[in-house]
Design a protein around this ligand. Structure first.
Ligand SMILES: [Zn+2]
Length: 253
């Protein structure tokens, strides 16, 4: 059993650090794609989004990133946002907190993002606390900033190799890291679940659900997975065409 539209009561049961939708004042829709990147489906989603000049957020599984690095790079090159969806798609309710956090961190090494979505939407309050209070976000919102600073320092150290020891370089980088504020991790839920993962749902019904429940500021969940393909490939282009006609724009989280 699952609900297409997240009811207010359910949102209230969770800590208020979770994000279920964005401002209802703007005609913006926040499309999200979970469980990729994978061949065929993810590149098709990218092509479809491009046709409508739409940006989206992809909550990637770490092990899929490792298997499909070129597709992951394409996601970023196309200007979409990346979210962490754990390394092995763990279900928080059935996982010990430390194991959950380790798996989150393993994915974080690849995603380098301040966006996280718990697989199945199942996460314990203790796990939320560990993730929100930890320092795994992006430095100043500039992804890879520390790395590029490190690169500059490395360059410098090559030209002045006699004066600057490797030890100095390391302490410089750690000084930079410690003095830049990290963006806190945001836990992103949703207010519209397309049900594209449900093999008993017809593609037509999937489209109908999504169009009926999406409004200003909605965060809509799709899946770039093989299981979702029949419904996703039918629903996404039609929904994008409909919303575009209605004057919506599609933004990253
Ligand atoms: Zn998932």
């Amino acid at each position: 059993m699952y609900l297409i539209k997240t009811p207010l009561l359910l949102k209230k049961l969770y800590p208020n650090s979770l994000i279920w939708n964005k401002s209802r004042a703007d005609k913006s829709i926040f499309l999200t794609f979970d469980d990729g990147p994978i061949p065929i489906v993810t590149p098709w989603v990218l092509k479809t989004l491009k046709n409508f000049n739409a940006k989206a957020t992809f909550f990637c599984i770490g092990q899929n990133i490792n298997k499909n690095k070129d597709i992951f790079l394409q996601l970023k090159a196309d200007g979409h946002a990346i979210g962490n969806h754990t390394y092995n798609h763990l279900r928080g309710w059935d996982t010990r907190d430390n194991d959950y956090l380790d798996n989150f961190k393993q994915c974080q090494q690849l995603t380098q993002t301040n966006l996280f979505r718990p697989p199945y939407g199942r996460i314990k309050k203790s796990q939320i606390r560990m993730i929100v209070n930890g320092e795994w976000g992006m430095v100043n919102g500039e992804e890879g900033m520390v790395n590029s600073e490190k690169g500059n320092l490395e360059q410098e150290s090559k030209t002045q190799i006699e004066e600057q020891s490797v030890l100095n370089l390391t302490s410089c980088v750690s000084h930079l890291k410690n003095n830049m504020p990290l963006l806190k991790t945001k836990i992103i839920m949703w207010d519209v679940l397309s049900g594209d993962f449900d093999i008993n749902l017809s593609p037509e019904k999937c489209l109908k659900n999504v169009l009926k429940h999406t409004e200003n500021g909605s965060i809509v969940v799709f899946h770039d997975s093989l299981k979702a393909w029949d419904r996703l490939s039918y629903t996404l282009p039609k929904a994008l065409a409909y919303w575009t006609k209605e004057g919506y724009t599609f933004k990253t989280l």
